[in-house]
Design a protein around this ligand. Structure first.
Ligand SMILES: Nc1nc2c(ncn2[C@@H]2O[C@H](COP(=O)(O)OP(=O)(O)O)[C@@H](O)[C@H]2O)c(=O)[nH]1
Ligand SMILES: [Mg+2]
Length: 215
């Protein structure tokens, strides 16, 4: 794929290697964004939705969606400017029932993107709360779906209860330049001197083995 945002660096300066997490509700465009910018064939773990998820996964507003990410999306993008960067992108599964996988996906991440759809803004709260609690720097990127109302940024910020330090920007997850702009915004935020630093992943208590029957 020839893509201007994938232009390789001249010279030998090694790029900084950084991990960025792409999160947000079901159907907001996470898999699409990773696929749009990735310079390698993105790894996706899409599975067909089955009747088994009826009543468990909330498909309101995304009834036409027939597949879902069950583990993660993975992609990679290189930037020359403003500094040599190699970003590894990890897209989360959208449904809340996969939230337990987010701790591992976020391990070692520099920052995160919360993709949002203004028709279903409430699906963004899980990701926003998660990153706030982990103190992982994040931006909110509103994916401009065709036909969705264009709200002023200040209204979106209010609706999501976002403080001024969290950038809110618009994007088209299908467009490589737009998606790349979102990624650079996260990197800028996370590398700024005032950025909060991520908390370490919580330790999962190890259960002592149960005594053998009769022991
Ligand atoms: N019109 C439009 N469709 C989009 C956009 N981003 C994603 N889609 C479509 O929305 C659907 C859900 O996207 P997907 O990336 O699978 O969402 P995910 O569940 O967040 O990974 C797919 O059919 C995409 O083609 C966008 O910016 N505009
Ligand atoms: Mg997906």
């Amino acid at each position: 794929m020839t893509n201007p945002v994938h232009a390789r660096r001249p010279g030998n300066r090694p790029p900084a290697v950084l991990k960025i997490v792409i999160a947000g509700g079901f159907g907001v465009g996470k898999t699409t964004l990773v696929g749009a910018v990735s310079e390698i064939e993105p790894l996706t773990t899409e599975e067909h939705l089955t009747v088994a998820s009826n009543g468990i996964d909330d498909l309101a507003g995304v009834e036409a969606k027939t597949t879902t990410t069950v583990s993660m999306d993975f992609g990679r993008i290189t930037f020359d400017q403003p500094q040599p960067l190699l970003l590894y992108l990890f897209g989360t599964p959208g449904q809340d029932r996969f939230l337990f996988t987010w701790h591992d996906l976020c391990h070692g991440a520099l920052g995160a993107v919360v993709l949002a759809d203004t028709r279903r803004l409430e699906t963004s709260f899980t990701a926003i709360g998660f990153f706030e609690q982990r103190q992982l720097p994040f931006v909110v990127a509103v994916n401009q779906f065709d036909g969705a109302h264009r709200y002023p940024t200040c209204e979106i910020r209010d609706a999501l209860h976002l403080p001024a330090r969290i950038p809110v920007l618009r994007c088209d997850a299908r467009d490589p330049h737009s998606a790349a702009t979102v990624l650079i915004t996260v990197v800028d935020l996370a590398l700024s001197p005032t950025a909060t630093r991520p908390l370490p992943a919580p330790r999962i208590p190890v259960q002592p083995p149960s005594p053998a029957p009769g022991a």
